[in-house]
Design a binder for this molecule. Structure first.
Ligand SMILES: Cc1cc2nc3c(=O)[nH]c(=O)nc-3n(C[C@H](O)[C@H](O)[C@H](O)COP(=O)(O)O)c2cc1C
Length: 322
């Protein structure tokens, strides 16, 4: 089923999210062959360049050549990514570049223009600022998102979307600020590395990087609210889309596209085709012949949209549980 996302015409609303499944040309070719509407490349991380430069400095005795190393490694890393982007664009499906914008400098603006030149159809900005300072109010952190978008939008002519973290106080107000600065869409949501603890070893371990299907529900509510309050902003649902049923739910809530990552880990690239077939079959069964004819049918503005306001378990187990 055809879709429009960020002004791009897609053959399917199923987009492969930024992940190892989009980090090599052969994986991107597998996404395209399986029927993905677009792919979001693995993010370019400024942080990675800094870390690599710092560790080379420490371990290999490069002395105080930090700045040079950063530039050298940055150019090599960026060059590889742009090469991948050029090759991926030749597969025929839209390729969305992804930039992790967290450094204090503005290097990511340079990445944005280079990605456009290399053939990116759009850009997705992966921003997350972990609050670790009790004196930094949420508004200050969120202003940073808006500033990043303003700078990137001024530097490129391709559409820009922002991949947001899940725990924002008011995603609608941030969405509004991003829209005012030229963002065309938001991705709800990013899912980050979560440190866990092994209590026997009293040591850190890695949390499971892959989502569970139940994680979709909270995203559905935000999608329904966002797509109703900010219809000019395209929403792509990321987190918890594991099958066709989940994709249909996201589209009914008003999403323009769904992004998959963990679904490929659990079920292989074939899951993309399975989701496409399910959406087509479901739409046919319900008499919808285009995505526009059912997208947003269950958003916050729909007749029963008040349901999304239910947040407390008022009526459950009023006499306690056995
Ligand atoms: C191993 C792994 C690597 C990821 N790398 C990135 C990344 O580079 N940039 C990004 O924006 N999201 C990244 N993500 C997040 C995914 O794009 C996606 O938002 C998240 O996994 C939730 O979607 P899912 O439920 O379909 O997995 C990564 C996820 C995984 C599991």
């Amino acid at each position: 089923m055809k879709a429009t996302y960020l002004g791009l015409d897609l053959s399917s609303p199923v987009v492969v999210g930024s992940s190892p499944y989009t980090s090599t040309l052969s994986n991107i070719e597998r996404c395209a062959a399986a029927g993905a509407g677009a792919v979001v490349l693995k993010s370019i991380f400024e942080e990675q360049i800094f870390r690599q430069a710092a560790s080379m400095e420490r371990m290999e005795g490069y002395g105080d050549a930090g700045e040079y190393l950063e530039r050298y490694l940055g150019d090599a890393y960026k060059g590889e990514l742009l090469e991948l982007l050029r090759a991926a664009a030749a597969t025929g499906i839209p390729v969305i570049g992804s930039i992790n914008c967290m450094g204090t400098g503005d290097a990511w603006i340079d990445y944005a223009t280079s990605m456009q030149q290399a053939g990116a159809a759009a850009l997705e900005l992966n921003v997350f600022l972990l609050p670790t300072d009790r004196r930094t109010p949420a508004q200050e952190l969120e202003q940073h998102y808006a500033d990043i978008v303003r700078k990137v939008v001024a530097a490129v002519t391709i559409p820009v979307s922002v991949k947001l973290p899940q725990r924002l106080t008011n995603v609608l107000s941030l969405g509004d600020a991003l829209l005012a600065r030229g963002a065309r869409g938001v991705v709800l949501y990013n899912r980050f590395f979560e440190p866990d603890i092994d209590i026997e070893k009293i040591a850190f371990v890695n949390g499971d990087p892959f989502s569970q299907p139940g994680e979709l529900r909270n995203v559905l509510r935000s999608t329904a609210l966002c797509s109703h309050a900010l219809p000019q902003l395209d929403v792509a649902v990321s987190t918890g889309v594991h099958d066709g049923t989940a994709a249909v739910k996201a589209l009914l809530c008003g999403a323009s596209a769904v992004q998959v990552c963990s679904a490929i880990h659990y079920h292989g690239y074939e899951v993309i085709g399975a989701i496409n077939r399910f959406v087509d079959e479901w739409a046919g069964r319900h008499g919808f012949d285009t995505l526009a004819s059912f997208r947003g049918r269950m958003d916050y503005g729909s007749s029963e949209g008040d349901f999304y306001q239910r947040v407390q378990y008022m009526k459950y187990f009023p006499h306690g549980v056995e």
